[in-house]
Design a protein around this ligand. Structure first.
Ligand code: AFP
Length: 334
């Protein structure tokens, strides 16, 4: 089969005939991610690897490339008539384009894992397209607070050894690699599925003393390896870039955990629901995996705030189900 471009693939998914407006937003996101890939790749050459010297709404040091990536998405939204508003990790409030009658909202983390950017480790952009709520009322920030089940398209760009775009529109997960010669995203990973068996877990082990008992038990059993109850050895990875971790799950399986712990309990967790957990959670579900908080399905959470944080457990179905079973026990250590 001849190589297929992203546009041709989406046309084959009937997106063009069913909703050319949604297709134009997806293609706009792809174009924005190409621009971000270029800025990230030239960051050191253009002196853009530093911090801007202030914190973002998350209380995190904002990097120059965070701001540049955010501005690239804002430009996309300003230019695309189908986007009525956007919300970003880097902006305290949603940006509503009152003069526009667009049918879609875009929420995103413009440069996830940016604390890695000057280490030349993989970083990425995470995006999620939501429907503009029906009715002709003026769009307000509350309209962005939609459960993950409402997403129309979700995905990420991975700025790694190659630049990839991985997305779902609810018809499975497909991956595209940027051909820098043509500037086209080419279909290279059709029908990505997470393998059910796994020997790999991703968690920040330095937080172990803060974890709740169910997670302690699950990780202890993985670390116990072949001599323990799992009867096999496990490998551990932690890149501190969610996009890279999720991509690894889709390519070779495993679990990614950022659970609630005694430090983050007051804030609800570490990772953000709308533009990190929900898009990644939908991708994992579409690839045959599960996405949970420990007690419930991630995508069913009704958001109460734009930057709401949640515990995140993503990955192979059997592994997440085992974690959920430990969370349901009165004494998880039994
Ligand atoms: P940054 O975007 O601030 O680098 O945070 C990345 C992230 O949100 C997610 O991509 C990582 O999985 C997680 O944080 C890493 O958290 P720790 O730094 O606590 O390990």
């Amino acid at each position: 089969m001849p190589p297929i471009t992203l546009l041709r693939f989406l046309e084959m998914q009937k997106l063009l005939s069913d909703s050319p407006q949604l297709l134009s937003v997806i293609m706009g996101i792809a174009q924005s991610c190409k621009s971000i890939a270029r800025e990230v790749g030239h960051g050191a050459l253009l002196g853009n690897m530093g911090d801007v010297g202030n914190e973002n709404v998350q209380g995190e040091q904002q990097k120059t490339l965070d701001v540049m990536s955010n501005e690239i998405f804002i430009k996309l939204a300003e230019d695309n008539p189908n986007l009525a508003g956007i919300a970003s990790e880097e902006m305290e409030h949603a940006l509503v384009f009152s003069g526009k009658a667009g049918d879609y909202l875009l929420v995103f983390d413009p440069l996830d894992g940016s604390s890695n950017v000057n280490l030349n480790l993989s970083v990425g952009s995470i995006f999620s397209i939501l429907p503009r709520p029906a009715g002709d009322s003026v769009l307000v920030e509350q309209d962005f607070l939609q459960a993950g089940t409402q997403q129309l398209c979700a995905g990420y760009a991975l700025y790694g050894t190659s630049t990839m775009l991985v997305l779902t529109t609810g018809q499975g997960v497909d991956g595209f690699t940027l051909d820098t010669a043509s500037g086209e995203f080419m279909l290279t990973h059709p029908g990505m599925r997470i393998v059910s068996d796994t020997q790999e877990f991703a968690i920040n082990m330095s937080n172990q003393r803060f974890w709740q008992p169910p997670v302690q038990r699950y990780i202890d059993e993985c670390v116990a390896g072949a001599d323990g109850p799992r009867g096999k050895d496990f490998n551990m990875r932690w890149v501190a870039s969610m996009v890279a971790e999720v991509h690894r799950l889709l390519v070779r399986g495993g679990v990614f955990l950022y659970p609630l712990d005694s430090r983050t309990k007051g804030k609800g967790g570490r990772l953000r629901l709308l533009y990190e957990a929900n898009p990644m959670g939908w991708l994992l579900e579409q690839a045959g995996g599960l996405a949970a908080t420990g007690h419930r399905r991630l995508l069913e959470i009704e958001p109460i705030a734009l930057h709401q944080r949640v515990p995140v457990m993503l990955g192979a179905k059997e592994e997440i189900e085992l974690l959920l079973s430990y969370h349901s026990l009165k004494d998880p250590t039994a």
